[in-house]
Design a protein around this ligand. Structure first.
Ligand code: M6R
Length: 613
């Protein structure tokens, strides 16, 4: 969602901020703005739409000899995505500006109170109240005014504040919305909503916690509690990602690059965690003994979107091998239902970003109810990793495309490792099974690496006859069912085609009524335990003239009696099919979306990191 970048230091501020905003574009936004201080005056530019619109307005400003400023990309919540509603927002004097991510829930009453005191508002946003509220408390101490102002605020915020009368200082504050500081010895101080914005300049970061405030100058930073004003000692963390990892590296889109990075992401996620001889898994980050696991009655898997699909796959694996009952919840539902959770429940949250508001609220609730909380996450130091009792990192590297691809397959790998780990600790699988499953997961990255270009070529030809369809179905059974859901989600997010995923066996209970000669249906039919059942469902579709596309196992000639549109996948261990069959589903969405001319990396209305409820 919204992106914040702030900088003060020896570099010219405008290029630093624009570069930072560009690197946050993946978060999703619909307007942008920038402000900097030049000759003691704030200079502000804002524009609707993409950053390019903003850049055309500030051509000359690029060379401005300015060294302190703030930038923002806004994902509209209160008020349309217009120039007037774009951040930064100013106080009545125009000397103080605020950029904000989050939602001020009591903005309406605050606005009325401030208007009654004579403040004049120029936008429909909740953010603007912050500028006026700080102004209301401002004498000559900006940090103090920010602290006083936020006492009146209910809701979530990550804030950047600049005051022309305090020309060397930026103030940052956070409550339930991510904000990270970048520090350096000689190139100044930074704030940003996410790490990629900082990577060209520094790998040394400090994660602000909820209700903390930072005062930044070019060569210093001080972090205090928003509530007590006391100084908080923070650890500077070193981030191993580099700036090039967040570049397209010759690929047309981040999404395609990230699809092709999956073999490496899988290898990195496995690295050092599995013994190739015995299949034995070690995950020091969670370190449960068999005895600890005996005291766990149930596991809750909590996530949103694509991460929820990873949870659905994991349910099959964990119940089959570790013999622990698993419930899977969409986080926005989990947090509002009457949960039967106590200390005998383990809650595992799954999140690429580690910042998803609903998932975060879910784990907080689970913790309150006594559950142990583990998170599977891709972003080092993100809020979820700091709040969970343990984190199993996926090592997929930065994922920039809004549609999650490599993070998903890395989540599946981490969940399979956890399954093996639980099963080994509980001794619910034999040593031979450990070797078999260990080999299966270790081999999958090479298989994908070998097959990716062929699958892409085949799919790019295949889609010609249905890329302009209005609707699409994805079906699968067993372990393929969550992948059907994932395929449908990918297609709808990036191509805007209406797509649904179904368990194949469920078709006859309603959705089969949709099938006719114009309805493309992608059916995942690997030769697995439910193969014959899947084929029967596919025959039912064929009998109703549905336009079938089959993804099946190499050598399965029977499929050619059903349709000509087949993508064959190499035979792998049955439990690896969800990881392997994700690849054609991703590529089908990618090829259709690019064929339709869609913006695959930044699809409309979507945000990479959903930090509001
Ligand atoms: O960062 P998270 O994994 O918690 O994000 C959850 C969803 O918002 C995310 O998976 C979303 O569905 C993606 N756009 C899917 O491609």
């Amino acid at each position: 969602m919204c992106g914040i970048v702030g900088y003060c230091g020896p570099k010219r501020v405008v290029p630093v901020i624009l570069e930072g905003l560009r690197r946050l574009e993946y978060r999703g936004y619909d307007s942008a703005g920038i402000v900097y201080l030049e000759d003691d005056k704030l200079v502000k530019f804002r524009a609707e739409g993409k950053l390019a619109n903003l850049e055309t307005r500030i051509d000359d400003a690029i060379v401005a000899p300015a060294h302190i400023g703030l930038g923002h990309t806004r994902w509209a919540t209160h008020g349309a995505p217009t120039e007037e509603n774009a951040h930064p927002h100013s106080d009545c004097t125009g000397d103080l500006v605020v950029v904000h991510n989050g939602i001020i829930e009591n903005y309406h009453s605050l606005r009325e109170e401030l208007k009654a005191k004579g403040h004049v508002f120029t936008s429909e946003t909740d953010t603007e109240v912050l500028a006026h509220l700080i102004e209301e408390h401002l004498e000559n101490d900006l940090p103090k005014a920010v602290r006083e102002a936020v006492k009146h605020v209910e809701g979530s915020f990550a804030l950047g504040v600049l005051w022309a009368k305090n020309p060397d200082t930026l103030v940052a504050a956070r409550n339930q919305s991510p904000l990270v500081l970048g520090v350096s010895d000689d190139i100044g101080s930074f704030m940003a909503s996410d790490i990629p914005a900082l990577l060209p300049y520094t790998n040394q970061v400090i994660f602000l916690e909820d209700r903390e405030m930072a005062v930044l100058t070019a060569d210093s930073y001080t972090i205090t509690s928003l509530d007590t004003g006391e100084v908080v000692d923070k650890v500077v963390q070193f981030i191993e990602w580099n700036a090039a990892m967040a570049e397209k590296a010759g690929y047309k889109h981040f999404m395609l690059k990230e699809i092709y990075e999956q073999p490496q992401a899988i290898t990195n996620t496995l690295s050092g965690r599995i013994n190739p001889e015995t299949g034995e898994v070690t995950i020091p980050e969670i370190n449960f003994t068999g005895k600890d696991l005996e005291s766990i009655d149930r596991i809750f898997l909590v996530a949103c979107g694509t991460s929820w699909h990873a949870a659905l796959v994991a349910k099959y694996w964990i119940e089959k091998y570790a013999r622990i009952p698993v419930e899977v919840d969409i986080a926005s539902e989990f947090r509002y239902r009457n949960l039967l959770i106590d200390e005998r429940v383990m809650t595992i949250s799954i999140s690429q970003s580690g910042e998803t508001a609903d998932t975060l609220a879910g784990i907080r609730l689970a913790k309150q109810l006594g559950s142990k909380v583990i998170t599977i996450c891709n972003v080092v130091g993100s809020t979820m990793t700091r709040e969970a009792d343990g984190t199993v990192y996926t090592h997929a590297g930065p994922e920039i495309g809004v549609a999650s691809t490599k993070a998903f397959t890395a989540q599946l790998v981490a969940l399979f490792l956890m399954t093996l780990y639980f099963a080994q600790q509980k001794k619910t699988i034999t040593a031979e099974k450990s070797i078999e499953l260990g080999r299966a997961i270790l081999d999958i990255s090479t298989t994908i690496d070998n097959e990716l270009p062929r699958i892409q070529n085949q799919i790019s030809t295949l889609i010609e006859s249905f890329y302009d369809s209005k609707d699409f179905l994805f079906v699968g059974r067993g372990l393929s069912y969550p992948i059907a859901l994932e395929g449908a989600l990918k297609l709808k997010e990036i191509s805007y085609i209406h797509a649904e995923g179904y368990a194949s066996g469920e078709l006859k209970h309603g959705p089969i009524a949709l099938i006719d000669k114009d309805m493309p249906i992608l059916a995942l039919v690997p030769q697995d335990a439910v193969y014959q059942k899947s084929i029967s469902n596919v025959e039912e579709i064929k009998a109703r003239q549905g336009r079938l596309i089959l993804i099946g196992t190499a050598g399965d000639d029977h499929l050619q009696n059903i349709t000509d549109d087949i993508v064959y996948m190499p035979k792998v261990h049955e439990d690896m099919n969800p990881i392997l069959y994700t690849i054609p589903a991703q590529l089908l969405s990618y090829e259709i979306a690019t064929r339709r001319g869609c913006d695959v990396d930044q699809p409309r209305n979507l945000a990479k990191s959903v930090t509001v409820e």
